[in-house]
Design a protein around this ligand. Structure first.
Ligand SMILES: [Zn+2]
Length: 488
């Protein structure tokens, strides 16, 4: 993304705005307190009253060569999610005209409030400009390359927001690629390019390497594919001067999920090219952390496979052995995410000095049923973290909701023939059973599991304008960089 930002702590003059292709305006308060020096104040006020105080108003400024302006009155204490949603709608008002530049204007906020509102507007503008796959003949990508912020200025030029936007855009770009354009092999070649550019180490354990390690859970999923390109990618970011704590990010990367021999019906299979979004979010988070040059090492483990149907595909009642020796009875081949993650988590937890293991997966329909697509589910083997994680979701605008994972849920996973069942055919609380299943492979390492029910949301979510949201990059940066958890 090649977007430049110019900032000014002052309100713009008319001449400043007349040079812009479009204007986004956030006003702190009721009209009586709108700054007198706000350009076209009377026109905007007239429009605001005429339309009976719209949440988002759009007008064309006749005095200013017909420049389009979108505006909102947004109280500084609005919840962060509302702030981001409003920012998305303000920016979306200009989308069809494909502006090359955009003025972001804040009026009436204190410096601390201005920072939060500016961050929302900027994040929405960056999210809207992300170059994303589209194969239509008439597709015309965003032309936005310059942003002009008035009414607030940050010394570092919002570096973190830019890095976060880049990470989120990477996650969405990969998730949007159709299955025939992002096989595990394609994914790996993209990882090789990224690793070269960003100076990450990359190791790839292919099926043969995984067989040597005894990763039978992972291999029970990849066995159905006609291609032998599945495997676990391990990327490492190493800072020049490192702190001792290490963080591992783990992601589910099922490049297409047919369900396997328990084949999905059409309605539920459509969209399953995005069943790798957990891995893309882990990767996007790695990219953002690496661009920010954080001072702690980050390991990123991506489980890349397709869940296909074929002569070698697993069937229910198969018993397989995971990398840590746990025997698993296969119950439903569409519960493949927890199988590939079992081995990947078991490998990732062996990292020495691990302060946090964080995994991301589009794991269960049960989580979507419980929360819809506006929230993602969060689980942890450190129950005392859950209040802080709930608050973290609220504060950054990528909202998460905690679920219990008490040990007695395990009675649903008892098998007569193996250590554990993969899942239960009863289907209730499957998101909790999946988390219980995964927890076996994590042991006592501090662990957070995100079931990404908010990975796909019609009409976009928060500041993100696309249905596939890349949910999790923003949340992860907040959790990892803003002292959300005392012990991390
Ligand atoms: Zn599945």
């Amino acid at each position: 993304m090649n977007i430049r930002l110019r900032q000014s702590p002052e309100l713009p003059g008319k001449a400043d705005l007349e040079a812009r292709a479009c204007i986004v305006l956030a006003l702190a308060d009721k009209p009586a307190r709108w700054p007198r020096s706000l350009p076209w104040r009377a026109s905007i006020l007239h429009h605001y009253q005429l339309l009976n105080k719209p949440e988002v108003g759009t007008l064309t400024l006749p005095q200013a060569r017909g420049i389009p302006l979108s505006y909102t009155v947004l109280a500084a204490d609005s919840p962060p999610f509302v702030r981001l949603e409003r920012a998305r709608r303000l920016v979306a008002a200009h989308h069809a005209r494909r502006p090359g530049d955009m003025a972001l204007v804040l009026a009436g906020y204190s410096p601390a409030e201005g920072l939060m509102v500016a961050e929302a507007l900027l994040s929405a503008a960056l999210a809207s400009a992300a170059p994303l796959p589209n194969f239509r003949k008439d597709h015309r990508p965003s032309r936005l390359t310059r942003l002009y912020l008035y009414g607030h200025s940050e010394p570092d030029g919002f570096r973190r927001s830019f890095c976060e936007a880049e990470g989120n855009a990477l996650a969405r770009r990969l998730a949007m690629l159709p299955g025939n354009q992002l096989s595990p092999a394609d994914y790996l070649s993209q990882l090789r390019e990224l690793a070269a550019v960003h100076d990450w180490q990359l190791k790839f354990m292919d099926e043969a390497a995984l067989a040597r390690r005894g990763a039978g859970a992972f291999l029970s999923v990849s066995a159905g594919s006609a291609h032998r390109d599945a495997g676990i990618a391990h990327l490492q970011y190493r800072p020049a001067r490192r702190r001792r704590r290490r963080v591992a990010l783990v992601g589910k990367g099922i490049c297409y999920d047919t369900g396997g021999v328990n084949l999905k019906p059409a309605r539920y299979m459509y969209g399953m090219h995005a069943d790798m979004q957990g891995s893309a979010v882990a990767l996007g988070t790695l990219l953002a952390l690496s661009r920010l040059q954080v001072d702690f090492p980050v390991d990123c483990w991506l489980a890349l496979a397709r869940n296909d149907i074929g002569p070698n595909a697993s069937v229910p009642n198969d018993v397989v052995t995971a990398v840590d020796g746990t025997t698993i009875e296969v119950v439903h081949t569409d519960a493949e995410g927890r199988m590939v993650l079992a081995d990947t988590l078991a490998l990732a937890r062996r990292t020495r000095g691990l302060a946090l293991l964080l995994d991301y997966a589009t794991l269960t329909g049960a989580c979507v049923q419980a929360l819809g697509s506006g929230y993602s589910g969060v689980f942890s083997n450190r129950a005392e973290w859950l209040p802080a994680l709930l608050a973290a979701g609220r504060n950054c605008g990528e909202r998460i909701w905690p679920f219990p994972m008490d040990a007695d849920y395990d009675r649903n996973l008892e098998s007569d023939i193996a250590d554990v069942k993969q899942c239960s055919l009863r289907g209730d609380a499957d998101h909790i059973l999946a988390a219980r299943f995964l927890s076996r492979f994590v042991g006592d390492v501090p662990w957070i599991h995100l079931d990404l029910s908010a990975s796909s949301c019609k009409g976009g979510l928060a500041h993100i304008p696309t249905e596939l949201t890349g949910f999790g990059v923003r949340l992860s940066l907040h959790v990892l960089l803003d002292s959300v958890l005392n012990d991390i």
